[in-house]
Every structure is written in C-alpha cells, then in structure tokens.
Design a protein around this ligand. Sequence first.
Ligand code: MGD
Ligand code: MGD
Ligand code: SF4
Ligand code: MO
Length: 647
Amino acid sequence: MSETRRTLCNRDCPDTCGIVATVEDGRVTRIGGDPSHPVTRGFLCWRTNQYLSTQYSAERLTQPLLRKNGELVPVTWEAALDVAAERLTSIRAESGPSAIFHYRSGGSLGLLKALSDHFFDLFGPCTKKRGDICSGAGEAAQLLDFGVSDSSDLFGLLEAKNIILWGKNVVTSSPHTVPVLKDAQKRGARLVLVDPVHTRTEKLCERFFALRPGGDFALAMAVAGVLFERGWTDPDAPSYCDDVDGFREMVETKTVAEWCTEADLPVDAAIDLAERLGPGGPTTILIGWGMGRRTNGGATVRALDALAAITGNLGIPGGGASFYFRRRGAYDTSCLSSREPARTIPEPLFGQEVLAAKDPPIRAIWVTAGNPVVMLPDAEKVAEALDAAELVVVVDTHLTDTGRLADLVLPTETLLEADDLLGSYGHHYLGVARPVVPPPVGVKSDLEIVQALADRLGLGPDLAGDARTWKRRLLGKLESHGVTLEDLEAGPIKNPMASRVLFEGRRFPTPSGRVRLMTEAPASPSPGPEAYPLNLLSLSTPKSQSSQWAKTPPSEPVEVSVHPDSAGGVADGRIGVLESKIGRLRVTVRHDVDQRKDIALLPKGGHRTRAACANSIIGAKLTDIGEGGALYEERVRIEPERHVKPA
Ligand SMILES: Nc1nc2c(c(=O)[nH]1)N[C@H]1C(S)=C(S)[C@@H](COP(=O)(O)OP(=O)(O)OC[C@H]3O[C@@H](n4cnc5c(=O)[nH]c(N)nc54)[C@H](O)[C@@H]3O)O[C@H]1N2
Ligand SMILES: Nc1nc2c(c(=O)[nH]1)N[C@H]1C(S)=C(S)[C@@H](COP(=O)(O)OP(=O)(O)OC[C@H]3O[C@@H](n4cnc5c(=O)[nH]c(N)nc54)[C@H](O)[C@@H]3O)O[C@H]1N2
Ligand code: SF4
Ligand SMILES: [Mo]
C-alpha cells in the first residue's frame, strides 16, 4: 500500500524544505518537494533528492560499535550505554566535569538537539564549544551594528528595485531563494553578484564583479566613497546611525580609486554598486556566509551593514542587509539548562585547544551531529586531539571519518526519521519534522540516547518526556501568539513574531537605539607568501551537504579547479599536488578559464580517509570577531606530482 507523508528537512541549510515522501510497505520509495510549502514550491535540492541512497545504504549504522582490541565491534545498547555511563562517571569523579567536552554541530538543525547540551550541562557543566565555524564573524558583526541578526520577510525581495548578492552562491547553497529572485526580476528588480569565484549564480545577474578574495571591505569603502562624493546617502542617516562622521572619516582615508585597486576592480564597479544602493533603491544586500570566513570577515559584514544603513535601505520594504533569519527566535528554550559551562573551546581551534587544555585535560569527547575531523580546520590536529582523548563517543547515522576514530559509535536517526521542531535561517517559516518511517530496529534518536544515559546517571526526571512533549515545552512564546503544536503539525506557519519589515520605524535594539557604524578599518589583506600564490576556497558543492556526499563520494583524487595559468604547469585532467604550509593533497587538476588567477577551488567537505579533505591543508585561524574560522584564507600552490618528495 502506498501512502504520502510530510516532514521538514532538518539539514544545515537555509531553506528548511517541506518534504513529501511516498511510503510503500514501510519503505520510503520516493521523496520530493512539498508543493504547498510557500518557499519549497515543490522541489528539493539535488543532494536531498538523492537521499534515499543514504537512507538505505548498506553502510547505515544499526548497532552501537565499541572499540575492542583496536577494532570497532557491534555491541548491544545495554553494553554501550553502560560503558558510556561508567566512563563518564569515573572521568567526572577523577577530574571534574570539564574534562568532558561535548561538541555538537549542525547535522540536524532540530531544536530538540539542544537536549543533548541540556544533558551535558546537568551532568557537568561540561566543556562546550564557543564561537561558530560557520557564521561566527557575520553574526557578531550584525549584533554589534544592529543589536540583532535577522531579516525582513523573504518575499519582501519582491519589493526591491536592486538586489546585491554579495559573496552568495544561492544556486548551490540556498536554491529556494532562486525562484523568489526570479519573481523579483519579473517585477523589475536588477541583480548583481560580487564574488571572487565564477559560480552558476552569475547567470541570474546582469553584472558580476569578480573582486580579489577578501577585497570586500575595500570595495565597500569605495562604494561608500562614491555615495558621499555624490550626495547619495540618506540625509536623515545621522538620526538613526551613530557616528556617521567617524564612518566617513574612515572611508576617506583612501580615495575611491585606491580602494578599488585594493579590491582589484575598476572604479566603474564602485559607481555601479553605489548607484544601486543610492538612487536605485530600495535595495537589499544579500550577504553570503562564506565571506565572513576570513580574518577581516567581521569587518566586511560591518561595512556592508553600513552601506545599507547610510543609504536609507534599512527599515523599508525591499531594503535590507540580510545575513541570517533568527531560526530559533520564535521558540522558548528557557526550560533548558542555562548553566555557565565550566570551560569553552573556540570551535575553529578545536585541535590545538583540546590538546593544550590543562587542569583538567580533556579526557572525553562526545560528538553529536558533527564530523569535526573533516569539517574543522587543521583536521590533522583534530584527529590528534581525538586520538589523545581516553574516550571518544560519536553519535551519527553512518560511520564518518570522526566515527572511525571513536571508542564508541552510537547509531541515530536520519532526516526522514526525525521528530523535531524547526525554524529556518533562510526564511521565517516554522514547522515540525515527523518521522515518515520509523528508524530501523537498533537505532535511537539523540533524545532517547541522552535519556537512557540520564536514567543511568540519576538525571532521568530532568530529561523525561517524549519528543512531542518537548516540542510543546519549547513552543512557549508561540502559543501566546495563537500558534499551537497542532497548527504546526498541520503545515508550516510563518513566525507571527517576525516583522515583515525588519527595523520598521528605524529603531534598533542596540544600546543607543541607533545603528552602530564601524569607524576603524581592519588591516588590508596581506598578499601572502610568493611561494603560495593561490587563495584556497573550499566551497559548498551541489553534490554534498558538508561531508555528507549524495550517492557517491568525491572523485579520487579530489578535483581542484584553477585558471590554466595557475595550474603550475599541470595539464587539464592530470594529477598534481596541492600544497599549503601545513600539508598537501594529491589532486586532479581541472582548468577553468572563467576563474581568477589567484584562487584554487576545492569542495568544502571531503573524506580524510581518502586523502581528499580540504581541511587537512587549511590552518586553524580565528576571524576578527565572533570566533569564526578564517577557513578561506589558506594560501596554496599547485605542482606537478614528480616534484614532490615522499612525505
Ligand atoms: N549544496 C550545499 N548547500 C549548502 C551547504 C553544502 O554543504 N552544500 N552548506 C550549508 C551551510 S552549512 C551553510 S552555512 C550555507 C552557506 O554556505 P556557504 O557555502 O557559505 O554559501 P554561500 O555564502 O552561498 O557561498 C559562499 C560564497 O562566498 C564566496 N566567497 C568566498 N570568499 C569570498 C570573498 O572574499 N568575498 C566574496 N565577496 N565572496 C567570497 C564563495 O565564492 C561562494 O560563492 O549553505 C548551506 N547550503
Ligand atoms: N574547509 C571548509 N571547512 C568548512 C566549511 C567550508 O566552507 N570550508 N564550512 C563550514 C560550515 S559552514 C559548517 S556549518 C561546518 C559543518 O560541519 P559539520 O556540521 O560537522 O558537517 P557535516 O559533515 O554535515 O556533519 C554532520 C554530521 O551529522 C550527522 N547527522 C545527521 N543527522 C543527525 C542527527 O539527527 N543526529 C546526529 N547525532 N547526527 C546527525 C551527519 O550524518 C553528519 O555526519 O563545516 C565548516 N567547515
Ligand atoms: S538540504 Fe536544503 S535545499 Fe535541500 S532539501 Fe534540505 S532544506 Fe531543501
Ligand atoms: Mo554552515
């Protein structure tokens, strides 16, 4: 018998799509996009369209694995949980709870995943991560400037006359924004792209400015210079922005031409963007996440915030500086522990900081919904840190590279089995994920795992309640706006607390109530050592969700794309070596005449076990603010294979 069931996609993606699944005899036979979801519009991305091969892969974990005599071997849940409870208890008794590090990442964006943090807070408080590898710098920038990082309604883009995609590859990373952009174009909106990389998003845009990687702050200063020179700023700006004069002084420390040289673009580019933001408004800048992953990432986002502010594009329909949608804002997590962690580790420095931790050292690492040994920079250091810990527990659906280094691997549910509450960071719709099929026998949800542990550790009552009970507890504020769990179960609902136009009335939740404009320029990006002429950009690909490749793993050796003049003499399709100061990878070199000559492109999540992991050659460095990872700042070179001596 065939049945149709609906859920929401919980992947770390701004779109949070509605999924329609066909279930036959207990097995999902087809998935597609929900036509009734206003953002999904009936289609899914390529990687999730292929998800059934992951769901039903022979490599799906259905039993806990415990390391015995060096090998991971299947054990019962009883045995697995007893080992976990005993080891955690003895480590806490001997060294204190901060010797235990609970690391949670974005494998599922379900709100109930926070119950794993809740457990480790109550059991500890244990060590947890701080900062954010993904969007740390940009969020910190917007909190400083506006007091909040949020956006106007996504469909407000239909009222924009100009949309600037600044460092944003919507076609790959947020495909459901594309139809909204096309609708905006039909109503006359003009689109432009600012990105050092030639991506498929260029096709949507009437102009494309391929600036120097990291040259965004300089370009923003050039644009501001033109705006001031031509009188295109909002005369009222000083009434809702602090320190317009200080901002202007910073802008005028260089001429427009000098700033443009720094950004490696002609002055015409700055004039074009200034025209769009000034007389061409209302204009929205869609600020990409990637740009923030640099040592001047926070300053870059602050500069774009300032451009939107001084041109009067904030607080009006069709205007904005959109970086993020507050996906958790509608929910109420006050029922969860808010204990101060005993210790925090900056996420991008995971490897080195875990190894350096003292008094007490980190003895146990518990990984929930992440693959840090692939996705965090200086992956080899992360591996060393995992090796050095006495106990590594990984909760995942499949055996990842991180799982392979664990002492205990606990199998958990996939996105088609999830029972959770979701918001989105690309629009304001809220909803629930409901299992379209039950997980296979032998698989427990993250919630069931921490509940079983809590029962063994005297914390049972604190974690008690099934998924639906916890959903109801987290709904809090929404219920007072007339939205019940039953309503959400009936279909996605726009967050009633989200304003259609953010900052309407031009009031900002900052200490002064006004926009805090930046007044100090960051250091200009250094050109980098001559020996490593290329900037390595390891970016989202349609074929994977971070390290979760759809259908097939990355090709071997992994492909690097470069301009033919930057290929170190390696012919198209031939093998070369991609080398940074901290490591090297054997790669297939692909020539791409459309790219700048100072960049090299890799997929963002490879496989360490296949020697195809970008982060094996990317050093761990923090962003200027927000403790993000400066992931896109590594310098590399390509050489023919024969030049490299064996390691
Ligand atoms: N297919 C797919 N989709 C995904 C993901 C995935 O792994 N695969 N990951 C998801 C996640 S975790 C996130 S956080 C989001 C966002 O994922 P991101 O990959 O951050 O997405 P974007 O911000 O669209 O893309 C980054 C863009 O920034 C550009 N960029 C890099 N450096 C610079 C610079 O110096 N200046 C400028 N102007 N641009 C620069 C890159 O060329 C690229 O086009 O997407 C999600 N969507
Ligand atoms: N070089 C480089 N590095 C990057 C980036 C880059 O652009 N370049 N991007 C960065 C960004 S934006 C991000 S967000 C991070 C992403 O880093 P991670 O969050 O570590 O990314 P994933 O590889 O998706 O790992 C998530 C894991 O969670 C598992 N999982 C899925 N559902 C569940 C669940 O319900 N419960 C549990 N316990 N596990 C589940 C998946 O199987 C997967 O193994 O990587 C960052 N690293
Ligand atoms: S990964 Fe993103 S685009 Fe793909 S189905 Fe999930 S929410 Fe939609
Ligand atoms: Mo991310």
